[in-house]
Design a protein around this ligand. Structure first.
Ligand code: BGC
Ligand code: CA
Length: 368
């Protein structure tokens, strides 16, 4: 009897497994939905095209709920239209979720991968999976800190930026404006008292922006005092919280706000507005990076001082085109106007953005 019960239990379990698998597969089956790339679709997979003769490209985004990556993601979807079948995953800021997503996509037979890592250090783990499956992998936005050329896989590349450049450009923009506005030195001590809101710790862009913006300002002969420095994790709400706290603590000792991205700068502006800034001549210079449309509006309205264009259309497009080329065994750069550097990376240039050249940024974000 015991034996029969055991057997029955095994049968039930195995059936359950099959049913489970079946429904899971169904969930990730191509849907052909074109509107699936909205932030509201967090956690769902989406596919661009149901035809099978085009290369299947498997994409992971570290989290859908990120301002800048949403623009990059939409650019990928447009670039894939008619050229590739895209499988898009939200890794929900969890590296082990992302690892599983990569395994699932490989088992579904994708021809190449485009990976926005959660943890930049996980690049070799993902590359090993791709290598074992014999498919190329393009990393984007979060660069392996040792360099993509140090990953033991010939079919791996990186598409992003030269992180240091964004720090240099932000620093230059700040230094120039500071020199033009002696009244910003509120306490008249000849030094710039600044606060710094950083992106995610360990993110090469965050580390470089934090370091090189201030180095550039100093290289222009400007003395600085760092009043506060903390991470806002690229996030507007956290940016607002930090700024509110610092306004309470430091009050009008703060003379400049440096943010590693515009998302956090938007939060900072909200906190400043709540404290009476940007009305009755009460002003605070705030800078960010990305040039997202909301920040461009604030620059236009003389609220934000400026930003640094981080070009999502090109980053998204180039990564997908490289993934298609590599999947079809073509030269990875075929048809592209970009070069690889010695670390196997395509680096899309940053550009300074102020009220004088908003058009460049609007174009890069597909607004014009
Ligand atoms: C962008 C940030 C974004 C981050 C995501 C950076 O390059 O400037 O806005 O949150 O990438 O990894
Ligand atoms: Ca001062």
């Amino acid at each position: 009897m015991k034996k029969i019960m055991g057997l029955l239990l095994t049968v039930v379990l195995v059936m359950g497994l099959f049913v489970g698998c079946g429904s899971k597969n169904k969930e990730t089956e191509p849907t052909g939905g074109k509107d699936n790339n909205q932030v509201s679709d967090e956690g769902k997979d989406s596919t661009e095209d149901v035809s099978t003769d085009k290369p299947k490209v498997g994409v992971t985004i570290y989290k859908f709920d990120d301002n800048f990556m949403t623009y990059t993601r939409n650019a990928m979807t447009s670039a894939a239209e008619g050229n590739a079948e895209l499988i898009m995953n939200d890794s929900q800021n969890n590296q082990s979720v992302q690892n599983d997503q990569v395994d699932v996509m490989i088992s579904k037979g994708v021809d190449s991968l485009v990976i926005n890592l959660v943890d930049p250090g996980a690049a070799p783990t993902i590359a090993d999976k791709a290598k074992a499956a014999g498919i190329p992998v393009i990393f984007i936005n979060k660069e392996y800190p040792d360099g993509t050329d140090k990953i033991d896989y010939d079919k791996s590349w990186y598409v992003g930026t030269q992180s240091k450049e964004s720090g240099d450009i932000q620093g230059k923009l700040v230094a120039e404006a500071w020199k033009e506005h002696p009244e910003w030195d509120r306490n008249g001590d000849g030094k710039m008292q600044y606060v710094m809101i950083m992106g995610e710790p360990g993110h090469p862009d965050a580390e470089a922006r934090t370091k090189y913006s201030v180095e550039y300002i100093k290289s222009e002969g400007i003395e600085v005092d760092e009043l506060e420095k903390q991470t806002g994790m690229w996030d507007a709400t956290k940016g607002k919280e930090l700024m509110t706290t610092w306004l309470g603590k430091e009050g009008d000792k703060i003379e400049m706000v440096l943010c590693n991205n515009d998302g956090m700068a938007l939060g900072v502006v909200e906190a400043l507005k709540a404290d009476g800034y940007f009305s009755d001549d009460k002003f605070m210079p705030v800078v960010g990076v990305d040039a997202i449309p909301e920040a461009l509006d604030l620059i236009q309205g003389d609220i934000m001082l400026g930003t640094v264009l981080n070009d999502p259309l090109n980053q998204g497009r180039v990564s997908i085109e490289m993934a298609i080329n590599a999947a079809l065994d073509k030269d990875v750069l075929e048809g592209l106007d970009f070069q690889l550097d010695e670390t196997k990376a395509v680096r899309i240039p940053y550009q300074p953005i102020t009220k004088d050249n908003l058009g460049i940024a609007k174009e890069a974000y597909g607004m014009e």
